[in-house]
Design a protein around this ligand. Structure first.
Ligand code: SF4
Ligand code: SF4
Length: 246
């Protein structure tokens, strides 16, 4: 039996996800996409009530109500979909991976129902291991991050980029700083997952210092809880693209 399975598997053609289908893909992440035309003040109020992480907020600007969504605080729970009357759906594409923190926030004018934000062109610090499971998948033959010349290394001394997952716990804060210091310059730091971006569901906990940028400087953020391998690859490549563009 096992030999038949092996034989069948050896006969299968190799499959690598094409770059075009990889970048920007967020299938399975349940990150929210807002359909601006369906937004009303009542719907916006419901979004705030159901969101467990305060990722949605209503703020006044120039006496006009604005709905704000911070992807760095979103854990992709999907609770905002059902009560939104079609104003919030699961995103199929996601372009907010690998950018600076202020680019993780989107804002809609509730009066005009229009978005007013422009579209943006491993170290475990205390995570639940969900993000690590997705990071591990990056090196499998399907996503194959190594095709871009990116390899995971065992020592910070051999690294150019540090991926940090999880909220930074008090126990791990010194280890995060030491690891950062051990990486030779120039170096890049990417905060991974809602926990790395904002503290996620652990924000405010007594055992947690906060997001990764509370401890070391961060060059790019990849939201999601956890981000999918496609979102991780998109974010890592975006951070590299921005560094090269500098
Ligand atoms: S999917 Fe994100 S924005 Fe929606 S309720 Fe959950 S945490 Fe809040
Ligand atoms: S972002 Fe989600 S999956 Fe990643 S460490 Fe935090 S709770 Fe776990």
């Amino acid at each position: 039996m096992i030999f038949e399975v092996i034989e069948r598997s050896l006969r299968q053609p190799n499959r690598v996800i094409p770059v075009k289908a990889l970048l920007g893909n967020c299938d399975g992440s349940r990150m929210p996409e807002v359909i601006a035309a369906r937004l009303t003040p009542a719907v916006a109020q419901r979004l705030i009530e159901v969101c467990p992480t305060t990722a949605f907020k209503i703020e006044e600007h120039d006496s006009r109500p604005h709905l704000k969504l911070s992807y760095g605080e979103c854990i992709g729970c999907g609770r905002c979909f059902e009560p939104s009357e079609g104003a919030v759906v699961a995103a199929k594409s996601f372009y907010w991976c690998g950018h600076a923190k202020d680019r993780l926030v989107r804002v809609w004018d509730l009066d005009s129902r229009t978005e007013i934000t422009p579209l943006p062109g491993q170290l475990d610090a205390g995570s639940c291991n969900g993000c690590e499971a997705e990071i591990s998948a990056l090196t499998n033959p399907y996503y194959d991050l190594e095709r871009f010349g990116i390899h995971f290394v065992a020592s910070p001394k051999h690294a150019d980029m540090l991926l940090v997952t999880g909220p930074v716990t008090r126990n791990m804060a010194d280890a995060v700083k030491t690891t950062y210091d051990a990486i030779p310059s120039p170096k890049l730091v990417v905060a991974v997952g809602a926990c790395g971006c904002s503290g996620g569901i652990f924000a405010g906990n007594h055992a947690v210092v906060g997001a990764v940028d509370a401890v070391i400087p961060v060059d790019g953020y990849i939201p999601g809880c956890p981000p999918t391998p496609a979102m991780l690859a998109t974010g890592i490549l975006e951070v590299l693209r921005r560094r090269i563009a500098k």
